[in-house]
Design a protein around this ligand. Sequence first.
Ligand code: KE4
Length: 428
Amino acid sequence: MNYQRSSQLFVEAAKVIPGGVNSPVRAFKAVGGTPIFVKEAKGAYLFDEDGNRYIDYINSWGPMLLGHAFEPVVNAVIEKAKKGTSFGTPTALETEIAALAVSMVPNVDKIRFVNSGTEACMSAVRLARGYTKRDKIIKFSGCYHGHSDSFLIAAGSGLSTFGVPNSPGVTSGTAKDTLLAKYNDIANVKELFAANRNEIAAIIIEPVAGNMGCIPPKDGFLKALREVCTENGALLIFDEVMTGFRLAKGGAQELFGVKADIICFGKVIGGGLPVGAFAGRKEIMDYLAPLGPVYQAGTLSGNPLAMAAGYEMLKSINNDSELFNRLEEKTAYLEKGLHAELSKHSIAYTINRVGSMISVHFDPNPVYDFQTAANGDNETFKKFFHGLLKEGVYIAPSAYETWFITDALSYEDLDFTIAAAGRVAEIL
Ligand code: KE4
C-alpha cells in the first residue's frame, strides 16, 4: 500500500486544523501511523487519495448501515439542495421524518431533531434535569455520550465516585453532578442511588456499549436499571446514537424489551448528514421550549438536506423486512470466520458481538466493562489494525471502538476479510 498522498495531505492539514483532523479519533493516535485521507466511497468500499481500496468496517462510525453513497439518500439530497439548503422555518419534511421515527421506535410520542449525537445527549440530560428538578446524573465508565461537559468525567476517588473532569475546561462544578458507575454492575448503581437519595435526575447509558469496543449488557442489567430508575423517580436515558435503527428497527429498546424514558439518536438517523435527535413520551418531551420551560434550540436543526437524507434512510430501513436478518447473518459469519483464523494461532483474544456491532479484544478473558476492556493488549491491537489496513481492510483505529457492519458487505468481502485476518494473525 502506498500512502504518500495521504501523508502529504496530513502535513498540510495539520498546518490549519488542530492535529490535522476535525475529530481526534481520526488521527490514528491510538494505533500510530498516518491517517488515510478518503477521496470517495461506494457501498462497502473506501477509496483513499493514493488510489487504495479498503473494505470499510467503520462506515463513518455507524451511519452507513446501507453502504456509502446509498442511491436513495444521494438522490434525495441532490433534489432537495436544488430547492434551497436551509430556511430556519418549519418544513413539512420534518413532520414526515418525525412521524416515521416515532412509528419505528417503541415507547415514544415525540422527537426533537438536533445536529449531532452530542447535542442529542446533552439536551436529553438537560430535559431530564428540568423534568425531575434534580441535578445529578449517573453515567458509566467507558461509555461515551459526546463531548458535552457533563460527560467528560473520570471516576473520582473513594466510594462516592463523584466525578472529576477528564478534560481541561470542564469545571469541578459541572463534574460534581456526574456520578460514575461500572457498566454491568447494578449493585454499584444502587449504591449511588442510596448515597444520593432524591438527587439523581437520570441514568444515561449506551444499552450496548460501543465505546469500549462492543460490550453487551449482561442478562437482566437493563431491566434492573429500569426498575431502579422507577423506584427512585429518576429517568432512564438510552443513548442509542450507535444502536438506534442498527440493532433493530426499534433499536435496543425493541431488542431487549426495556422501555427508556428518553432515547437519543445520531449516526444512522441522518444517513451520513449531521443529524441527532432525542425522543420520549409526550409528558416529558412537552417540557421542551417553546411548550415547556426547558430551553433547547439550533439554527440548522431539522435542516432540509439532513432531513431528506435521514428520511430516505429510515424509509429504506422501515420497508426492508429482511435487513436485520441479513446484518445478523453477515456479522455472525464474520465472527465465526475471525474465530476460525485467530484460534489457529496462540493469540489471546476474545470477540464481543451484538447484531451488527462487533469487536476483537486481545485478552483471553471476558470483556464486560471498561476495566476488562482496558486489559486488552494494545500493542497486538496496533499490529492487527495496521496489518489489516495493508491488506485493504479498514477497522476502527482504536481498541476502544466497535466495528460497524454495513448491509453493502458481500460474502466475498467477508471471506476476504477473514482470510486477511488469518494472514495478519501469523505476524501478531
Ligand atoms: P456525535 O456528537 O459524534 O455525533 O455523537 C456523539 C456520540 C454519542 N453517543 C454515542 C454512543 C457515540 O458513540 C457518539 C459518537 N461516537 C464516536 C465513535 N466512538 C464518533 C466518532 C468521533 O468521535 O469522531
